[in-house]
Design a protein around this ligand. Sequence first.
Ligand SMILES: C[S@@+](CC[C@H](N)C(=O)[O-])C[C@H]1O[C@@H](n2cnc3c(N)ncnc32)[C@H](O)[C@@H]1O
Length: 322
Amino acid sequence: MTRRKEVPTFFGEVQLKGERVNVVVENNTNPVLFYRHENGQLWQGDSIEWLKSLPAESVDMIFADPPYNIKKANWDTFESQEEYIKFSMLWIEQAARVLKPVGTLFVCGFSEILADIKHPASRFFKSCRWIVWHYKNKANLGLDWGRSHESILHFRKSKKFTFNIDNIRIPYNEHTLKYPSHPQAETSQYSNGKNGNHVWEPHPNGAKPKDVLEIPQDLVEIPTTCNGMHEKTPHPTQKPEELLRKLILASSNVGDTVLDPFCGSGTTPVCAEQLRRKWIACDLSPEYLDWAADRINRVEEWSIEKWMQYDTENIKRRNSIR
Ligand SMILES: C[S@@+](CC[C@H](N)C(=O)[O-])C[C@H]1O[C@@H](n2cnc3c(N)ncnc32)[C@H](O)[C@@H]1O
């Protein structure tokens, strides 16, 4: 499946669904609308101020890939870890306020950073699960443990949160496929306590998703045969679309609103647009937002099933070259 690299045209005329609204001054922190589209908006400015301006209980899912306080850029530098935790609590409290009761907040980070955030942030939510994003393709040059994972906190606003498990099932392992349907022993945890006649059948969409997600970290290393380069921008910490598609499919429905307070190069709004969700996002940098708007303009009009098939094919291709 070939991805679109140019903005769409019709008889030579560029066809854009969205428009840039304001020319923004660098270092502006007061939120201003930057880009408007029939399915969403990009805002430029400080995300805490921006979140405060939004109505309570108005969005279904939030994906946040905030600064990590590891000095990757000016925006990633805080005076101390205490200052960083204070900043985190300010935006997380606002994120919890704007989430609907069925809503989810995902927060990315290195595990040792999220360990400082999870407990104080938990007071705004009903429950939390810890997801590991495992990647094998990161160069590790230092003399320390080679990093091969990041974490994602999955905060849920209430007990009845949206979770579409069937949209994100994963392939069964070979053993399961060899014996696809068989009676369970009475003692098996899957027998339902019946006298051994409960027959387990594999689910047509695959096995239950695990809390360890196996997705490559470095976009450049996705094999070029699947046109992996199309999504890469110069953003220093861009997340892969495949990761976002999985989380959006899991925790929102068609027509729901997905919010990203630190959208950078726009991975979240791009994937929300692909999967027929509404989106709203913010970043401090007008340059990053320009890249985001370009990516949104290039989103292919594929069905949701085609996006899911696209990811499945990429997983199979990666497995075949391991
Ligand atoms: C880790 S990056 C997000 C990258 C993004 N997930 C992507 O795929 O491109 C964090 C982003 O937060 C933005 N940022 C940092 N502090 C901010 C603030 N107070 N308000 C809004 N954006 C901020 C930075 O400009 C940066 O783009």
